[in-house]
Design a protein around this ligand. Structure first.
Ligand SMILES: NC(=O)c1ccc[n+]([C@@H]2O[C@H](COP(=O)([O-])OP(=O)(O)OC[C@H]3O[C@@H](n4cnc5c(N)ncnc54)[C@H](O)[C@@H]3O)[C@@H](O)[C@H]2O)c1
Length: 261
């Protein structure tokens, strides 16, 4: 149990909130008093997060849907307004990664990655911003990746989407400063989530050993835990970050600070 209560009376929509970083953000927000709408494709996992939040005395509701679909994005925002009376915060976390070199990369896979990761942020922002504006202001955090800055092989679609999220974030921050809406991006290194596990399973060898090996690439020697990224997201959503908007906030445990020598 933490000692902060920065979000009492506030309402958040967290996309991809059923697992990984999104679930950690949803639970941390609820623990600090926010009511949370969890929008995710995986209804069963989203309901588990809601149950856990309710068992700890918090308020949450699951919306099963896809950030790719305008009607689902609109429904998630409408659920926040109808259930909790308004919307103050949006966390755009939902994303997918598909690996491959461009010549062999299916056009549909490119669309899936860009639609989920980038268009999803656009659609959610499109419906959330008027609701947040109606409350007199608030904050948006978009999960990008350190891959917006430095890349690796076979991530052309994913890394492109994450780079574009950083530029989308800057434009949204400029457009909506007048509405008292701060918009920031978080750029994590490797975080121990189902997405990372999936990537490790595609690599040869034991997935746990692969994750440990990836951890050793970070200067501190281990991968990042979802709760550590949630702490950064909550800071950016909170009034503590009143001077921070349009930022690409790197949370990579030093990964991108080092050169290969
Ligand atoms: N895990 C990492 O190492 C890492 C590193 C850098 C950035 N990130 C970013 O952090 C965010 C969270 O990553 P994670 O590792 O927790 O991912 P994850 O795959 O573990 O969880 C993502 C969640 O998003 C949901 N989702 C996927 N497509 C959706 C859609 N169309 N509509 C609604 N929900 C959908 C999934 O069902 C899942 O619950 C992503 O934006 C990811 O790109 C992750």
């Amino acid at each position: 149990m933490n000692s902060y209560n920065r979000f009492g009376g506030k309402v958040a929509v967290v996309t991809g909130g059923a697992m990984g970083i999104g679930a950690a953000v949803a639970k941390a927000l609820a623990a600090e008093g926010a009511a949370v709408v969890v929008l995710d494709l995986d209804g069963a996992a989203a309901e588990e997060v809601v149950k856990e939040i309710e068992a700890s005395g918090g308020s949450a509701v699951a919306v099963v849907g896809s950030v790719i679909l305008a009607r689902d994005a609109e429904r998630a925002v409408a659920t926040a307004v109808e259930t909790y009376g308004g919307l103050d915060m949006l966390v755009n976390d939902a994303a997918v990664v598909i690996y491959g070199e461009v010549p062999d990369f299916a056009e549909e896979d490119w669309d899936t990655v860009l639609d989920t990761n980038l268009k999803g942020d656009f659609l959610m922002s499109k419906y959330a911003i008027p609701a947040i504006r109606h409350r007199g202001g608030g904050a948006i955090v978009n999960l990008a990746s350190v891959q917006a800055l430095i890349s690796q092989r076979e991530v052309a679609a994913y890394a492109s989407s994450k780079g574009a999220i950083v530029t989308l974030t800057k434009t949204l921050a400029l457009d909506h400063a007048k509405d008292k809406i701060r918009v920031n991006a978080v750029l994590p290194g490797s975080v121990r989530t189902p997405m990372l596990r999936h990537a490790a399973e595609l690599a040869p060898g034991d997935p746990e050993e692969t994750i440990e090996q990836w951890g050793r690439i970070h200067p501190r020697g281990t991968v990042i835990e979802p709760s550590e990224i949630a702490a950064v997201v909550l800071f950016l959503l909170s009034d503590d970050a009143s001077a921070v908007t349009g930022a690409a906030y790197v949370a990579d445990a030093g990964l991108s600070a080092q050169a290969a020598f």
